[in-house]
Design a protein around this ligand. Structure first.
Ligand code: NAD
Length: 380
């Protein structure tokens, strides 16, 4: 047992934040989200590469920057660490932040093995640190409203969930993947889309159905045989999962399907969540089309034609509209939600490391199902 305590945060803030990583997603979504909320004090940022930290500090008005994450984690005037670095570094950096008593926002996945994420979740719970994963899409305003309607009984007993995350990001073989290992054995299909794209929609499935995944059976496929490798600048055989589908049975009797792919034609972010129940059906579509990034439609047994369902203003972050980029809109809502949790506005801590571990466990189970050609029961 640890005797460490989480760093205190005054009710109402200000919440002092240190950010690790000043790359693409940090500057496109995380930093704009923190900067948008008046309860936040951005204190320090670190990135080991060139002048990335210095440039982000200048752009977002952050007083301290460094090339070493230890300079940020070790500060006494920070209480929240935001980990927005390459996926392989998440577990180490989150653990170091928790060891220093911080609350932690981490990009997904915390770790590739669910047991490691569970270990860090337990560590956070023992000391009272709040954690949150970058499950961006459960914070889309239309998805918040879908969940609220489910809680109010709009759908009734849930029967079927269908989830999709797909777009054409890597349809072009010349577009190199960041996270994949170019030295991996080409005879073994490596998990890729299921991990990168599956996590958020797997999370939404259990969250909407209201029960954990109980059994899964799935398959993964490589469609683009050769791909540009960033490290060598050359095309080479990359045996990665470009697309996958799995069926699921949930703990409460509902059933579902999840399909992810980054080589399917269509725009970002490419999420669709459908929930069909005894009393109604709701479909939330998060795809930037014709200048709008989210749609919510519903149908009832007495009006079976799907029609638009309004999303109330309190589902949005300050100044947010469906005409804004999904990157800033959804992430600002994620950060607003974490701040509500950290400052005690709400008594909850949703989308935390424990939820991340359950999602990772499903990914690990679908991979096992594919390799062993059978249904796999959860928990593993
Ligand atoms: N939730 C989402 O919707 C979403 C979307 C895009 C990316 N992501 C995730 O965000 C993470 C970052 O992705 P990206 O596209 O910004 O990658 P990136 O490579 O552009 O940026 C990562 C940055 O982290 C820096 N870094 C590496 N080690 C560090 C350390 N120890 N301390 C501080 N900085 C360090 C790198 O130098 C780099 O600048 C990835 O895990 C990615 O999967 C999530």
């Amino acid at each position: 047992m640890t005797s460490r305590r989480a760093r205190p945060i005054a009710p109402g803030g200000p919440v002092p934040v240190g950010v690790l990583g000043a790359g693409t997603w940090s500057t496109a979504a995380h930093l704009p989200g923190w900067a948008r909320d008046p309860r936040v004090q951005l204190v320090a940022i670190a990135d080991p590469v060139g002048d990335l930290a210095e440039r982000a500090a200048e752009r977002f008005g952050i007083p301290h920057w460094s090339r070493d994450h230890r300079d940020v984690i070790g500060r006494d005037d920070v209480a929240v660490i935001d980990v927005c670095t390459p996926s392989a570094t998440h577990a180490t950096l989150s653990e170091a932040a928790l060891e220093a008593g911080h609350h932690v926002l981490c990009e997904k996945p915390v770790a590739y093995d669910f047991r490691e994420t569970d270990r860090l979740a337990a560590m956070a719970e023992a000391q009272g640190s709040k954690t949150k994963l970058g499950f961006t899409f459960r914070y889309a305003p239309a998805m918040r409203q879908l969940r609220r309607l489910v809680d109010e009984g709009w759908v009734g007993t849930p029967f079927i969930f269908n989830g999709y995350e797909q777009n054409s990001q890597f349809l072009d073989p010349m577009n190199p993947l960041r996270q994949q290992d170019p030295d991996a054995d080409p005879s073994v299909l490596q998990v890729a889309s299921l991990e990168g794209y599956g996590a958020p929609i797997i999370d939404i499935g259990a969250w909407l159905v209201g029960a954990p995944y109980a059994e899964v059976v799935g398959t993964m496929r490589n469609f683009i045989p050769e791909r540009m490798v960033r490290q060598t600048g050359r095309l080479q055989r990359m045996n990665i999962d470009d697309g996958d589908i799995f069926l699921a049975e949930f703990g409460n009797g509902a059933i579902g399907s999840v399909q992810t792919s980054f080589v399917t034609v269509g725009n970002y972010p490419g999420i669709e969540a459908r929930l069909y129940g005894r009393e109604g059906a709701l479909i939330c579509r998060l795809v930037e089309e014709r200048g709008i990034c989210e749609l919510l439609h519903g149908a009832r047994p007495d009006a079976v034609e799907f029609s638009p369902v309004p999303v109330p203003a309190d589902c949005y972050p300050a100044g947010g509209t469906p005409a804004e980029s999904w990157r800033t809109l959804f992430y600002a809502n994620l950060i607003k939600d974490f701040l509500d949790e950290l400052t005690g506005v709400v008594e909850k801590n949703e989308g935390n490391f424990r939820d991340g571990a359950r999602v990772q466990e499903v990914i690990n189970a679908v991979e096992a199902s594919h390799r062993q050609r059978r249904w796999v029961s959860l928990p593993l």
